[in-house]
Design a protein around this ligand. Structure first.
Ligand code: FES
Ligand SMILES: [Fe+2]
Length: 334
């Protein structure tokens, strides 16, 4: 029995921008760290270690935004968006002490945080963009915002991020888990560098020809961006799995649907209906992942071998800091 680490390196989703409007504070917990997110009155978002350097109160529980600082609920010490102590209300000078500041990026209403257990800075080219795709670029303005109408949030699931990521190479589960009429085919995959790119073709039941191509990119083990290229089913999605601690993860799906010219501002009912179905689609996979054990050396069928083996090898690079699989997740070493 081996274990699979819950502390991989990469960018991970920690929420949606609109959950933290200007002037608000939110407690978070990821990778076993207590964190506080707050947005200054000017709209700058910051994520810091949560516990005040004074006497350890959690800034996310009762802390208040004052200008570009979060004020501690216990004795009012203020910490700015760089993590520095900016004010002690009953003393002339602040202390030269900093709370750890976490690197974050906001992209199309999604908040990503960099995690490297070795403490290294964000690496160049590790975060793709669901709209800025080399073959299928699109203008984000042509799509409805994902939040709040086209998202799925599944907190505190006992799911390891790699299980979600391995779906990208798994063509044979569609028939069984999603009731697909035909098995899709893995058209190509490219494992160069930190972004996995794959194309999957979905065949029409009538003609058996490839009628829709799914362009998928994985960035690390907890982040998948996919494009469904189809005249009617066109959509883009960001699927993420972020470890909370050594046992659980928060999963999120963000769907971007193309704006309908008849109702470009307000998402019309037929799009809302598609958005609602995304929960069902997510559940079809999640019910498997929740109860799955990670099998270190699976017995592959011929159709699985190429994609799965390549993906497993590619995933290993994200565990470099902690060494290959160790941590909490139970692994069947068959
Ligand atoms: S514990 Fe934060 S100000 Fe005292
Ligand atoms: Fe799936």
């Amino acid at each position: 029995m081996l274990n699979l680490s819950m502390k991989p390196t990469g960018w991970f989703q920690i929420g949606w921008s609109q959950e933290i409007p200007s002037g608000s504070v939110k407690p978070l917990k990821y990778f076993g760290h207590d964190l506080v997110a707050f947005r200054s009155d000017d709209g700058e978002l910051a994520v810091l270690d949560a516990h005040c350097h004074h006497l350890g109160a959690h800034l996310g529980h009762g802390g208040k935004v004052k200008g570009d600082c979060v004020a501690c609920p216990y004795h009012g010490w203020q910490w700015n968006t760089r993590g520095e102590n900016a004010l002690i209300p009953y003393q002339d000078q602040p202390v030269r002490k900093k709370l750890r500041k976490w690197d974050i990026v906001e992209q199309h209403g999604i908040i990503f945080m960099w995690h490297d257990p070795a403490g290294g800075p964000p690496r160049e080219g590790w975060l793709p963009d669901v709209f800025d795709h080399p073959e299928k670029p699109a203008n984000p303005g042509d799509y409805y915002p994902c939040y709040p109408d086209a998202v799925v949030f599944a907190p505190n699931e006992r799911i390891h991020p790699q299980l979600m990521t391995e779906n990208a190479a798994d063509t044979m589960h569609f028939r069984f888990a999603h009731n697909a009429p035909e098995d899709p085919v893995l058209l190509s995959f490219d494992t160069d560098g930190p972004i996995w790119e794959a194309k999957t073709g979905f065949r029409s039941k009538a003609t058996k020809e490839v009628a829709m191509v799914l362009y998928a990119r994985n960035a690390g083990v907890g982040l998948n961006m996919s494009i469904f290229d189809h005249p009617v089913l066109a959509r883009r999605l960001v699927l993420t799995c972020t470890p909370v601690d050594d046992d659980t993860s928060d999963l999120r799906v963000s769907y971007f649907f193309q704006r309908d010219a008849r109702s470009p501002e307000v998402m019309p009912e037929h799009v809302r209906e598609m958005a609602r179905q995304t929960r069902t689609l997510f559940e079809e996979d999640a019910v498997i992942w929740r109860h799955q054990k990670f099998v270190q050396r699976p017995i592959f069928a011929k159709a699985d071998v190429a994609g799965y083996s390549a993906l497993r090898n590619w995933c290993a690079q994200f565990y470099e800091a902690t060494g290959v699989p160790q941590g909490p997740m139970k692994v069947l070493d068959a």
